[in-house]
Design a binder for this molecule. Structure first.
Ligand SMILES: C[S@@+](CC[C@H](N)C(=O)[O-])C[C@H]1O[C@@H](n2cnc3c(N)ncnc32)[C@H](O)[C@@H]1O
Length: 259
């Protein structure tokens, strides 16, 4: 069995891995309409036969948040998770600098963009700055800078630092979820590692009075991740939005005021 220390060594931010180019959004060609339509749905559970898919499809079609997202022009129902968290903690305000880690397909960035716009507009003037980052391409969102790259890699961090241009973030949100291998110790280490990197990023690039929202999962590394949050922040609150499905072990940690 691979020890936790060794796992972290294997996962830690690599300076020399050129596997994913970090590209500022302006240089990226938007995906086709059909690709955008594909990204509008959250990830399906792995197929274990027709019944699972049918059940998932039935739930998805009848999900009130899916209907609301379609009506309100959000790319994914995930927008309502961040909306609830924002409404509970009062995190987003016009004029802020916000970093959205794991932003594709873009629902959180869309929500943030509307919150920073006069009158909540999806286009036009924007008060503040939003930088989104993801491994996957994302269809452009007006006013949102996009970086494509692996957050664990040094070159992606450099691109993010370049995009910040010396500014410190007011808010960092992370909905990043690693691809799961099915090996629970390895998966737990991957989740923990992404959260640790998000905390480290906040410590280096966020104002002291800022906040970090990160998706975490019950079980596995949950206690360790809470401990990392408590080491870094004066106030740490777990929050499970109603829009997060009951059957999902995902929840969110909100860290406020860096130590
Ligand atoms: C649940 S989705 C995010 C949904 C997004 N918040 C929205 O509202 O549309 C998780 C995202 O995290 C991204 N991700 C996972 N690991 C990552 C990494 N190491 N670096 C960058 N992005 C990552 C995935 O590519 C995926 O798009």
């Amino acid at each position: 069995m691979v020890g936790k220390g060794a796992m972290h060594f294997a996962l830690r931010r690599s300076k020399f891995n050129k596997g994913h180019a970090a590209i500022i959004g302006a240089m990226r060609k938007p995906p086709s309409a059909s690709a955008a339509a594909r990204t509008a749905a959250p990830a399906k559970p792995s197929a274990r036969g027709g019944k699972v898919n049918k059940a998932w499809l039935h739930d998805h079609i009848n999900d009130p948040y899916v209907k609301l997202a379609t009506r309100e022009g959000y790319r994914a129902r995930a927008a309502y998770k961040l909306k609830e968290i924002d409404e509970a903690f009062g995190l987003v305000r016009p004029g802020q600098v916000i970093v959205d880690l794991g932003c594709a397909p873009g629902a959180w960035s869309q929500y943030l963009r509307r919150r920073l716009a006069p009158g909540g507009a999806a286009a036009g003037a924007l008060e503040g700055k939003i930088i989104g980052l993801d491994l996957l391409p994302m269809e452009a969102i007006e006013g949102v800078d996009f970086i494509m790259g692996d957050f664990r890699e040094q070159e992606t961090l450099a691109a993010l630092e370049h995009s910040l241009g010396g500014l410190q973030a007011d808010l960092v949100v992370s909905d990043m979820a690693p691809n799961l291998s099915g090996i629970s110790s390895a998966d737990a280490a991957r989740v923990e590692h992404l959260v640790e990197l998000a905390i480290e990023f906040a410590q280096n690039h966020m104002k002291n009075q800022g906040a970090l929202v990160a998706k975490v999962f019950h079980g596995g590394s949950y206690d360790a991740v809470v401990a990392h949050f408590k080491n870094a922040f004066q106030t740490v609150k777990p929050y499970k939005p109603k829009a997060s499905r009951d059957r999902s072990s995902e929840t969110f940690l909100v860290g406020m005021h860096l130590r």
